[in-house]
Design a binder for this molecule. Structure first.
Ligand code: PLP
Length: 370
């Protein structure tokens, strides 16, 4: 029996182990304001990587999203526009501020929020448009930016899956007020758990640093309501090493995605992922769609692949607006989102997937679908 080819695997080597041990030996595991030496170094490197003026490291991507909305001043009575086809954290961050999530349907080709449908969802209460670079493909940020400007709204980009993606020659965040990143264990680069907010706006950066540390600018003097959202030094040290390796990881993901596309292009029942002009995928997930299928047919294909040790996985079975808790915010019909949730599944392309495994994955897909 083959070993399961998992959908994502952390790529950890000796360098990461050494970096963590070095922190442990240093005795500095965190700093009161969350700005220890490793955190500062990681922030400086990440800032450069995404071409942003400020970077604030935090303890996970959900915290990053929550803080970004708090820094804008989102509160109860406000509305935030976002897609429903995303990980729960995107909507959770909105609800944590007291605001109402207003879901907008997606573009069926990119699975990102449909930029043409945003305007209809804007009300007098709307404060922010949240986009998600789903599976690692940037949303249509130029159009979204223009819509936001027209209505005086802020844009928060959930780039949790998009390390290494490119939109019009620029990294995620360049068309948003803030971009929020995750370094969860499955991500293109990881710190185990971890997150970052990047922004060009100094006033947001200042607020974010306060929110990260109980609203303090100086020790034990809160000037606003905050949280403990600090990133530990061990994680930041891991992040520095992983960021250095990211170009190599991305190259392997890109190669694996390209080979899968070559091998699967003849499978008519599958719609393969594409990069629209001027957008580059991070290939966090290689997501295909089983045409004309319902969830039962799709799940049968995923089961068949898993029986052959191919870790095919569905992201996401249930769109957020259909989840029990989020129905509280009103019944909505998002037909394109609902159809995608029934038909998509993702295949492994992480840097640990070998050429032999790519051939095996492609053969397995053909076998199971046939
Ligand atoms: C799209 C998206 N948003 C937000 C998050 C939340 O990040 P974290 O798990 O680091 O809290 C994740 C990842 O898990 C994600 O994939």
């Amino acid at each position: 029996m083959r070993k399961m080819i998992s959908i994502n695997v952390p790529q950890i080597g000796e360098q990461e182990i050494e970096a963590v041990v070095k922190v442990l030996k240093s005795g500095v595991l965190t700093a009161h304001l969350g700005n220890g030496p490793a955190v500062k170094q990681f922030e400086a490197k990440f800032m450069k990587f995404v071409n942003a003026k400020h970077a604030i490291a935090v303890n996970n991507g959900t915290a990053a999203l929550h803080m970004a909305l708090l820094a804008i001043g989102v509160t109860s009575g406000d509305e935030v526009i976002l897609p429903s086809f995303t990980f729960t954290a995107t909507a959770e961050a909105v609800v944590l501020t007291g605001a109402k999530p207003v879901f907008v349907d997606i573009d069926p080709r990119t699975y990102n929020i449909d930029s043409e449908k945003i305007e209809d969802a804007i009300s007098a209460e709307t404060k922010v448009i949240m986009t998600v670079d789903l599976y690692g493909l940037p949303a249509d940020m130029q159009v979204i930016r223009e819509t936001a400007q027209k209505h005086d709204l802020a844009v928060v980009e959930d780039s949790a899956q998009a390390h290494g993606a490119v939109y019009r020659g620029k990294p995620p965040g360049c068309f948003a007020d803030m971009a929020c990143w995750s370094f969860y264990a499955s991500k293109n680069m990881t710190t185990g758990e971890g997150g970052m907010i990047t922004t060009d706006r100094g006033e947001y950066a200042e607020r974010l640093r306060c929110i990260r540390m109980h609203g303090e600018k100086e020790g034990y003097k809160s000037i606003m309501l905050g949280h403990n959202y600090r990133m530990p030094e061990i994680e930041a040290a891991l992040g520095c090493v992983q960021l250095g390796k990211l170009p190599e990881f991305l190259e392997k993901r890109r190669r694996n995605a390209r080979l899968l596309t070559e091998r699967l292009s003849e499978v008519r029942r599958l719609e393969l992922p594409k990069e629209p002009p001027e957008r580059k995928h991070s290939w966090y997930l290689y997501t295909v769609r089983l045409r004309d299928a319902d969830a039962k047919m799709r799940d049968a294909v995923v089961d068949g692949l898993r029986k052959r040790s191919v870790g095919a996985t569905v992201y996401y079975h249930t769109p957020i607006h259909l989840m029990h808790y989020y129905r509280l915010f009103g019944k909505q019909s998002l037909p394109i989102t609902e159809r995608a949730a029934q038909q998509v599944f993702s295949l492994p392309v992480h840097p640990g997937v070998t050429l032999e495994q790519i051939d095996y994955i492609a053969d397995s897909v053909k076998h199971v679908i046939r």
